[in-house]
Ligand binder design. Structure first.
Ligand SMILES: Cc1ncc(COP(=O)(O)O)c(C=O)c1O
Length: 461
C-alpha cells in the first residue's frame, strides 16, 4: 500500500465527522473572529508534513462547518451526500483526471456519456438531447442560454460566435418574478442584458400566466425570445404549465428554458411526475445533482434538446488536442470550461447506488417529511401554514400576540438555530416574513422530523 498518511488522516476525520453528525449542533458555533484566529496562520517559507496540514485543517475548520449535511438541515436547498457518490468523488480527486476531452481521460469521458444518458432517462427528457456536467445550476443556465442565444440569432442570420452581440438583433427574455436570481446572472453574463428581461404576472395557481405570456409573445411576434420557466419554485415548489406554454412558445419561434434546479427530480417519482407534464417539449433544462440527487458539490447539469446549437455555442479546438475515436465524447464540445473536474464519476455512482427506485423513494420521502413539518407546525398554537407544499418546499410563519408577526417569525427562526437541533431559513414572501422549510437530504428520517417538531413546540412555549 502507498504510504500516504495525509489520506488516512483525511479518511479518519471524515468518518469522525459522520459519526458525530447526529449530535453536532446544526448551526455554526464559531464566530468570524475565532475562525480567523484559528485559520489565518502566517504563510511559512518552509512547508509542513502533509498529515499535520490535514489534522490542523480538520481541527481549525470544525466549529465553522454548517451542519447542512445532517438530516435536520431544512434551510436552503442544499442536499446531502450519498455514500457511493461521496466515495466516488474522493476517487475523482485521487485520480485527478482532467475531464476536458476523451484523450486526457477516456474513463471520465465514457462515465459522463453513460451518466448523462441515465440522467435523461430518470428525468424523462428526450434521449437525443445533449448535456453537460457543469458546476451548478447557475452554469447550467449559462450553458442552456448560450445555446438559445446561438440558435435565435442564427435564425436571424447572425453568427454570434463570430460577430458578437454589437449590432445583433435584440433578444428578450420572458419569465415571471419568481425566477431565481441565477437566471438573471446568466442573462447578464451572456450579454443579453437585464433590461431585456420582462417579468410577466402569475396566474391564480402561482405559475407564469399563460394569457400574459401569449399577449407578450403576440405583441412582438418576430422578436428573438427566450421563455424561462420554473420547475419547482424556490419558495413553494410550484411548477409552470409546461404542456400549454412549450407549444405556445414554439409557435412563435421562441426558445423555452426550464429552471429545474431541484424540481426536475420530481420526474423520478410516479407520484409527482404529472407536475412536469409537457416539460420534455422545452428546448433546454438546467438542474443540479448536488441538490436532490445528493451528490457532493459542485455538480450541475445542462440538457439541451438541440445538440447542434449547444455544440456550436461552446465547441473549441487547440493544436495540441489528440483526436478521439469518431463516436467518443469530448466534454469540451459541450462544457463552458476547459480543464475541469471529472464530475461524472460522482453522478454515475449516485445513480448506481440508488437506481430508479431509490431516486423515486428519496424524492417521495423528502416530500412526505416536508408536509409533516408544515402540517405539524401549522397545528401548533401561534403558527400557520403560509404555502401548501407542492413537493419538498413549504412556508410557515409564527404569529405574535402584539401583531408583529414578521419580527416574531425571525425570533423563532433564530431560537431554533440557537437550540441547535435543526436549522431553518427565513425569507420575504407576499409581503410577509416567513420560515422556509426545505427537505432534500436522503439522511432525513422520521425521527429527525419528530425531534424538530418537538423543539419548535418547546420554543413556542
Ligand atoms: C430554483 C433555483 N435555480 C437555480 C439555483 C442556482 O443553483 P446553483 O447554486 O447550483 O448554481 C438555485 C439554488 O438554490 C435554485 O434554487
Amino acid at each position: 500500500m502507498a504510504d500516504l498518511p495525509a489520506l488516512e488522516r483525511a479518511y479518519r476525520h471524515a468518518l469522525q465527522f459522520f459519526d458525530t453528525l447526529d449530535e453536532r449542533p446544526v448551526a455554526v458555533t464559531a464566530s468570524l473572529e475565532s475562525l480567523r484566529a484559528a485559520l489565518d496562520k502566517p504563510l511559512r517559507d518552509a512547508g509542513l508534513p502533509a498529515e499535520q496540514v490535514i489534522d490542523d485543517l480538520a481541527r481549525d475548520a470544525e466549529a465553522g462547518l454548517l451542519g447542512s449535511t445532517t438530516g435536520r438541515f431544512f434551510g436552503w436547498v442544499i442536499g446531502g451526500t450519498l455514500p457511493a457518490s461521496l466515495a466516488a468523488d474522493w476517487l475523482a480527486s485521487a485520480w485527478d483526471q482532467n475531464g476536458a476531452t476523451y484523450a486526457v481521460s477516456p474513463a471520465a469521458s465514457v462515465v459522463e456519456e453513460v451518466a448523462g444518458r441515465w440522467l435523461k432517462d430518470i428525468l424523462h427528457l428526450p434521449p437525443e438531447a445533449s448535456f453537460a456536467f457543469v458546476t451548478g445550476c447557475q452554469m447550467a443556465h449559462v450553458t442552456g442560454l448560450a445555446a438559445a442565444r446561438h440558435q435565435l440569432l442564427a435564425d436571424r442570420n447572425w453568427d454570434v460566435t463570430r460577430e458578437g452581440l454589437a449590432g445583433a438583433p435584440r433578444i428578450r427574455v420572458l419569465t415571471s418574478a419568481l425566477r431565481h436570481e441565477s437566471l438573471n446572472r446568466a442573462v447578464s453574463l451572456l450579454g443579453i442584458g437585464l433590461d431585456n428581461i420582462l417579468h410577466l404576472p402569475l396566474d391564480d395557481a402561482g405559475g407564469l400566466s399563460v394569457d400574459a405570456l401569449e399577449r407578450a409573445l403576440a405583441s412582438d411576434p418576430d422578436a428573438a425570445t427566450i421563455v424561462c420557466l420554473q420547475a419547482g419554485d424556490l419558495n413553494t415548489g410550484r411548477f409552470d404549465a409546461f404542456a400549454r406554454i412549450c407549444p405556445l412558445a414554439r409557435g412563435y419561434g421562441a426558445w423555452t428554458h426550464v429552471d429545474g434546479a431541484f424540481g426536475l427530480w420530481a420526474a423520478a417519482s410516479d407520484r409527482y411526475r404529472d407536475l412536469l407534464r409537457g416539460v420534455e417539449q422545452a428546448d433546454s433544462w438546467a438542474t443540479d445533482a448536488h441538490k436532490w440527487l445528493n451528490v457532493p458539490f459542485d455538480s450541475g447539469v445542462a440538457v439541451v434538446a438541440r445538440p447542434e446549437a449547444h455544440r456550436a455555442s461552446l465547441t473549441t479546438r487547440a493544436g495540441y488536442f489528440v483526436d478521439a475515436p469518431e463516436s467518443a465524447r469530448d466534454q469540451i464540445d459541450w462544457n463552458p470550461e476547459w480543464s475541469r473536474r471529472s464530475r461524472g464519476f460522482a453522478v454515475y455512482a449516485a445513480l448506481r447506488e440508488l437506481g430508479r427506485d431509490g431516486v423515486a423513494a428519496m424524492v417521495e420521502n423528502c416530500c412526505d417529511y416536508t408536509r409533516q413539518l408544515v402540517d405539524g407546525i401549522d397545528a401548533m398554537d401561534g403558527a400557520e401554514k403560509v404555502a401548501e407544499p407542492v413537493i419538498n418546499q413549504g412556508l410557515v410563519r409564527f404569529l405574535a400576540t402584539d401583531g408583529d408577526h414578521d419580527t416574531w417569525t425571525e425570533t423563532v427562526i433564530e431560537r431554533i438555530r440557537e437550540e441547535g437541533t435543526a436549522w431553518f431559513g427565513g425569507t420575504d414572501w407576499n409581503g410577509m416574513r416567513v420560515m422556509r422549510i426545505s427537505v432534500c437530504n436522503h439522511r432525513t428520517t422520521q425521527s429527525d422530523v419528530d425531534r424538530t417538531l418537538a423543539v419548535i413546540r418547546t420554543i413556542m412555549g
